[in-house]
Design a protein around this ligand. Sequence first.
Ligand SMILES: C[S@@+](CC[C@H](N)C(=O)[O-])C[C@H]1O[C@@H](n2cnc3c(N)ncnc32)[C@H](O)[C@@H]1O
Length: 253
Amino acid sequence: MTARDRLAPLLTVPLPDGDAPYVDLVEGRPGSRGRIQDLWESGGGAGVYDWVVGAGDRYGSHMPDLVGGGVFRDFYGVARRLDLVGGETVLDLACGPGTLTGHLAEGVGADGLVIGADLSPAMLTRAARAVTAANTVFARADAMALPLRDASLDAVCCSLCLQLVPDLETALTQLRRVLRPGGRLAVTVPAHGRGPFRAFTEVLARGGQARLFRRGEMADALVRHGFVRVTTRSDSVLQIVDAVAPGAAPPRG
Ligand SMILES: C[S@@+](CC[C@H](N)C(=O)[O-])C[C@H]1O[C@@H](n2cnc3c(N)ncnc32)[C@H](O)[C@@H]1O
């Protein structure tokens, strides 16, 4: 059975026919979601982003902790943060050019399933080219209305997406809904810079029509949505927060 076949029973909408590199589960384009998102939807923007995160993946883990090496390790080490085991089903929400999708695919092994979802066709085209693992399928989907059944996932990675959604509460409700009890969530969001960088990050975010998170804001939001075991690994320019959906997890193995 292909990854695409295995996706079908998890969906709340019919799986479109065809052999495009990703399945399109969004009708049309939901209108502009801000200047930064417009950039991510363009071929040029997706290309530049792909180049930057590819370099970060290759070299970031060699950086000393003093200059942020630990943040790079946590960012790219998302399979470890999610404590993935073989056979699990994981959503890489806002997968971009596949920055973390390959790491997740390794984490769940051949029997697992990774769904790389994003709103941007340009990003999805790159992701599908970069990650060709048989256990991975790509879909165009909107974080605001995930076309996935309740409690259908063991884990969700949501990296650098929640600053772009029109309504954070709706997106978090969706994340909680699709995770099974005890399912794990790994989130990264941009935060306000510190000291002299603060004004710079704020101008960038305002110009790009994206939001920045205050210290502890993402952790608080997850607690408000009922998540438990909320752990903040980094509260600097990248806020890295992991959490678990409430309820008893089924036994592993
Ligand atoms: C900065 S990139 C992050 C990509 C990757 N997750 C990473 O950490 O490198 C942001 C991505 O979020 C996607 N995105 C923004 N809003 C979205 C939404 N409502 N639903 C799905 N994807 C979304 C964009 O298309 C873009 O690919």
